[in-house]
Design a protein around this ligand. Structure first.
Ligand code: ADP
Ligand code: MG
Length: 474
């Protein structure tokens, strides 16, 4: 197939984490399991009710704008996006059209068009049979929409962008952005073209509720469009869905059915002059923001000298990262790398086995206990095998590494006097191997040290054992 260039632009929605909804004081609680519990006349769209802007939600979006390096609006307003559907009881969604809160900015080298604020819709539950139910708990929940420029080249880059946005939203504490829970929802616009700089007809794919679905749907769609063009057919501009079962996209809505939303400024809400409100000043927002993922990556590489794959695990899993960082405070640079390795391999393994999320995990021990264990490795008080076993026990029940290792007999034996008896016994039991070593066979020493480790149940210091064998057989 001749060379087609894919072009992808993303539209990503994220439910914001606020105490109350976007325009009323009903609770914003995504974990509420009772249907239609967090509702009031405003978010139910009753006539005669008036909306009030949630400043916390505005602040969240402005923080995202600052983090992306975008331009914060001076003047901004909310518009009515008119359409009829049971999940939008007012007959319109409050959104932003001409004056989004944020314009421009970049993330992962992808240019951002805009970030605006709107309200989420209710949830429709399509039951078996001939009826649907509507749950208004989600109606009116603050929703951020971020739109990228059509500058993404492939599925992996789109997936990486979405992952990085999720991480940023979590670092800013503005959204949990969990894809599986629908707290973050990705729509991908995809086209292919043979000519650089000339766009093909785009298709929009919805219902992407995992990063894997984002990547697979884009890859599928690129191939589908290429094949159509190769066989002389045209791409139809349409909205397609993603079917997890068949791993294919399918037609949902054609262009001719597209809405005219008749956007116009909502007359019930005040306009906002962001630059006139001190609580929205960029410096104020920055002071509340904390460290961003990108800055943390840089700091980890510079301060701890650890490899970038390990940095990535520690930055994307905040609880694990925090534990590592606490431990690293007391360690030498060399041991910091050891600590990173134990966090990323061993602790991560233990978390995975228990199905615990390393981003939000609560550990049974603290950073100083973890640091103490790593220091024991540095002082040859414990072998790596012993350290792994100690860590596993700490993970299960907490406690101090020194006392756990002592109690379980995992402390490394480096005492020459004690190990000498072991060495003598092994030489007596293996005269042939001892003779081989004396005759110059190096591999024989390996066997003898191995026997020594076995005899001490792994607690013998191999370097000390080696030295003792060499001395005894020289
Ligand atoms: P619409 O008016 O159809 O919603 P927009 O211009 O608002 O289109 O763009 C929506 C999204 O589609 C943006 O993320 C944008 O980057 C992307 N997009 C626009 N044109 C293309 C194209 N030809 N191919 C891929 N993505 C595109
Ligand atoms: Mg659009």
């Amino acid at each position: 197939m001749s060379n087609y260039l894919p072009t992808i632009g993303l539209e990503i929605h994220a439910e914001l984490k606020t105490r109350t909804k976007m325009f009323c004081d009903s609770k914003n609680d995504p974990d509420e399991s009772r249907s239609n519990w967090n509702v009031c006349p405003v978010c139910m769209g009753h006539p005669g009710t008036l909306p009030v802007i949630n400043k916390e939600a505005v602040k969240h979006v402005l923080k995202v704008g600052v983090a992306l390096g975008g331009t914060l609006a001076d003047f901004t307003e909310f518009d009515r996006k008119n359409y009829f559907y049971p999940d939008i009881p007012k007959g319109y969604q409050l959104s932003q059209y001409q004056y989004p809160l944020v314009k421009g900015g970049t993330l992962n080298d992808v240019a951002i068009t805009r970030v605006h604020l709107e309200e989420d819709t209710a949830t429709s539950l399509h039951e078996e049979g001939d009826y649907s139910l509507v749950d208004f708990n989600r109606a009116g929940v603050p929703l951020m929409e971020l739109v990228t420029e059509p500058v993404i080249d492939n599925a992996k880059q789109a997936g990486d962008f979405a992952r990085e946005l999720q991480l940023l939203l979590r670092y800013l504490h503005v959204s949990e952005a969990n894809m599986e829970k629908g707290e973050m929802r990705v729509e991908a616009n995809i086209s292919v073209s043979k000519e650089k700089g000339k766009f093909g007809t785009k298709v929009e794919v919805k219902n992407l509720n995992s990063f894997r679905a984002v990547e697979r749907a884009i890859a599928f769609e690129v191939e589908r469009q290429k094949a159509l063009l190769e066989s002389g057919e045209k791409i139809i501009q349409e909205t397609r869905g993603w079917d997890e079962n068949t791993q294919k996209t399918f037609t949902q809505r054609r262009k001719e059915e597209s809405h005219d939303y008749r956007y116009f400024p909502d007359p019930d809400l005040p306009k906002l002059l962001i630059s006139k409100l001190p609580e929205f000043a960029t410096e104020k927002l920055k002071s509340e923001m904390g460290e961003l993922p990108q800055d943390k990556r840089k700091r980890y590489v510079e301060k701890f000298g650890i490899k970038s794959e390990d940095v990535e695990v520690l930055v994307t899993n905040r609880a694990l990262g925090a534990l590592f960082e606490d431990a690293a405070q007391t360690l030498s640079k060399e041991l910091m790398a050891v600590a990173a390795n134990y966090a990323v391999s061993d602790l991560m393994g233990l978390l995975k086995k228990k199905n615990v999320d390393a981003d939000s995990a609560k550990f049974a021990f603290g950073g100083s206990e973890f640091g103490a264990l790593i220091a024991m490795i540095g002082e040859n008080k414990i072998s790596s095998r012993g350290a792994k076993d100690t860590l596993s026990l700490m993970f299960e029940q907490g406690g101090n590494p020194e006392s756990i290792a002592k109690e379980k007999g995992l402390l490394q034996k480096s005492d020459a006097g004690e190990l000498k008896a072991v060495v003598t016994r092994i030489i007596e039991a293996n005269p042939k191997v001892a003779a081989d070593f004396k005759a110059g066979k190096g591999a024989a020493l390996q066997f003898l040290v191995g026997q020594g480790m076995k005899e001490t149940k792994g607690a013998g210091n191999p370097a000390v054992l080696r030295k003792l064998f060499e001395e005894a057989l020289s």
